[in-house]
Design a binder for this molecule. Structure first.
Ligand SMILES: NC(=O)c1ccc[n+]([C@@H]2O[C@H](COP(=O)([O-])OP(=O)(O)OC[C@H]3O[C@@H](n4cnc5c(N)ncnc54)[C@H](O)[C@@H]3O)[C@@H](O)[C@H]2O)c1
Ligand SMILES: [Zn+2]
Length: 363
């Protein structure tokens, strides 16, 4: 795929179309933000420090700036009133623009606040993590923690525009890069074996060549675009994006969040593949085709103990379950990803244990 730095993508949504621009530097991406109306910025404190120089002109022009630490505890319903209060005190109006600078946490908070202020005001986004750039920035969802439950509250409220600067990736913790790559592997696997093989073949270069990373960020968003444009509200086809997530969330919960999200998702895909293969669904050669790169992406975490009881207990609480059956996203005999109901019986439990105790340890 040929690509230039000024490339862009348009996404159709219930709230009108929005644009994703691909940039190299943070300064270029900041330059995309319209200055024709008052701007209020909600930004990640760490990103503010690391990219202070590039962001300075934008911050100087802003009517108000609200630094927030990217902590799950801050992405909660309890913290929303304080942000609303600060924005109100800063004189925010319906025709102003709200801008989020940061990863998924800042995205979720800003998206939610933009959706409720004045019954909805415009917002824009400069995603600073790979996960947000390659995955969460499109798709309209906000997810807010409430009553001690992660992502309990939310709605669908897309931004007006998004500018992706690959320069942000350079300052990320390596585990956050791998976490983002996990979601990129997921999106490509959903698109089919040819797409997965393409990103798997380029795997090493993702970490060393910015142009290759950008190519696959764009490809990931293109695949996701096709799905969210037909099922923005996640009623059917979009469900497949939960591939690796039921197992992944259960692994996160069972390990007390010792495994970063996208890395747990990578392990979750490998686990879904294993279970599917042992159920006689996914051909063994497909498991073997995908395992090496999935395994590399969770390398170092294969030894983290995952107590099978705690994992199954977390799996049984998944909000997608139907009755006592688990609702899982598994590859079928054609290597296509689909939603299946699986009873959490002894055989299922054995397959999970097999994976956790043995299969995931294999290089
Ligand atoms: N709304 C959605 O569709 C959606 C989808 C997936 C995930 N999420 C949510 O996103 C959150 C996770 O987001 P995330 O993984 O993007 O990261 P994050 O926002 O949790 O940030 C991760 C860490 O990276 C730091 N950071 C951010 N940008 C940086 C940069 N350029 N350089 C150095 N450090 C930087 C942050 O300060 C933080 O310490 C979760 O709360 C999850 O529920 C939402
Ligand atoms: Zn995810």
């Amino acid at each position: 795929m040929d690509m230039t730095a000024s490339d862009s993508l348009q996404i159709q949504s219930w709230n009108g179309p929005y644009t994703v621009r691909f940039r190299q530097t943070v300064a270029e991406a900041a330059g995309d933000i319209p200055r024709d109306r008052p701007l209020h910025i909600v930004m990640d404190t760490r990103v503010a420090l690391l990219h202070a120089t590039a962001l300075a002109p934008l911050l100087t022009d802003a009517r108000s700036v609200h630094p927030i630490e990217a902590l799950e505890g801050n992405k909660s319903l309890e913290v929303v009133p304080a942000l609303v209060q600060r924005l109100s005190e800063a004189g925010i109006r319906r025709d102003h623009l709200l801008l989020a600078i940061g990863g998924g946490i800042l995205q979720d908070m800003t998206c939610f606040v933009a959706s409720i202020l004045f019954r909805g005001m415009d917002w824009a986004f400069l995603p600073s993590t790979l996960l947000a750039q390659a995955d969460s920035c499109i798709g309209s969802k906000s997810s807010i923690n409430a009553a001690g439950v992660k992502n309990l509250v939310g709605n669908f409220y897309p931004p007006r525009q998004i500018s992706i600067a690959t320069q942000f990736i350079a300052t990320l913790d390596p585990r956050d890069v791998r976490s983002g790559v996990g979601e990129m592997l997921k999106v490509h696997a959903i698109d089919g074996p040819a797409s997965y093989d393409r990103i798997a073949e380029a795997y090493s270069r993702l970490f060393t060549e910015t142009a290759v990373m950008l190519e696959f960020i764009r490809a990931s968003l293109l695949i996701k675009k096709q799905m969210i444009e037909v099922d923005e509200f996640d009623r059917g086809p979009r469900n497949v994006f939960n591939y690796g997530h039921s197992f992944g969330h259960a692994i996160e919960a069972a390990t007390g969040y010792a495994v970063p999200h996208g890395i747990a998702v990578t392990m979750g895909m490998d686990m879904a593949n294993h279970v599917s293969t042992r159920m006689g669904r996914m051909p063994a050669q497909d498991f073997a085709r995908m395992h090496p790169v999935l395994r590399r992406n969770y390398d170092g975490y294969e030894a983290v103990p995952v107590p099978v009881d705690r994992m199954l207990e977390a799996l049984s609480r998944d909000k997608k379950n139907v009755g006592t059956d688990l609702s899982l996203i598994l590859p079928n005999t054609q290597s296509r990803i689909e939603k299946v109901r699986v009873p959490p019986d002894t055989a299922f439990r054995d397959r999970c244990r097999e994976f956790l105790d043995d299969v995931r340890r294999r290089a």
